[in-house]
Design a protein around this ligand. Structure first.
Ligand SMILES: [Zn+2]
Ligand SMILES: [Zn+2]
Length: 172
């Protein structure tokens, strides 16, 4: 079973729509947890961002017997990168995504709720794929392709390629 939990204050409607898309993509039930996580402990005042790995560790403690995906509204980093769209434990129980740089407003453009939800779904599918033991895919249209820029994320489709779909089905 997959659970979603808000980190910061993502709108409940966003989490609900995401849970429907995830359940469809992974053929598993997906529920939104009623609580939310305060990311304050992971804040780095020098960078003005939140440490992804610290949040991921907390999610992993809270996962129990679920796969737990944290959906954060704050900007995430790991020390070697300027930012990350998300992070996950390969074959582990926890995954994390940030909606911060998925918003058109971040790039000085008018808000686009449909595009935002599409990006959130692709990013969540990508990180959840890692929890199923999948590594990056060479098919640029597959959600498991590596993404370091928003333009690349928009090029991806919303369905896993056949190879990745097979690996997900075979994952424990
Ligand atoms: Zn990845
Ligand atoms: Zn693939």
């Amino acid at each position: 079973m997959i659970h979603l939990v808000g980190i910061g204050n993502p709108p409940l409607a966003t989490l609900d729509s995401l849970s429907v898309r995830i359940a469809r993509a992974f053929r598993e039930s997906c529920h939104v947890r009623p609580e939310s996580i305060d990311p304050g402990f992971a804040f780095d005042p020098v960078r003005g961002q939140y440490h992804a790995t610290s949040l991921l560790r907390l999610l992993s403690e809270k996962a129990g017997d679920t796969r737990l995906v944290g959906v954060a509204t704050v900007d995430l980093y790991v020390p070697i990168f300027t930012f990350v769209f998300g992070e996950a434990q390969l074959g582990g129980p926890a995954a994390l995504i940030s909606t911060f740089r998925l918003r058109q407003e971040y790039y000085g453009l008018p808000p686009d709720p449909d595009l935002l939800l599409e990006r959130i779904a692709k990013e969540a599918m990508h990180e959840l794929g890692h929890t199923h033991g999948l590594r990056h895919c060479h098919d640029w249209s597959c959600p498991m392709a590596s993404t370091t820029a928003i333009e690349r994320l928009d090029l991806k489709g919303q369905r896993f390629c056949e190879t990745c779909r097979g690996k997900i089905a075979a994952a424990p």
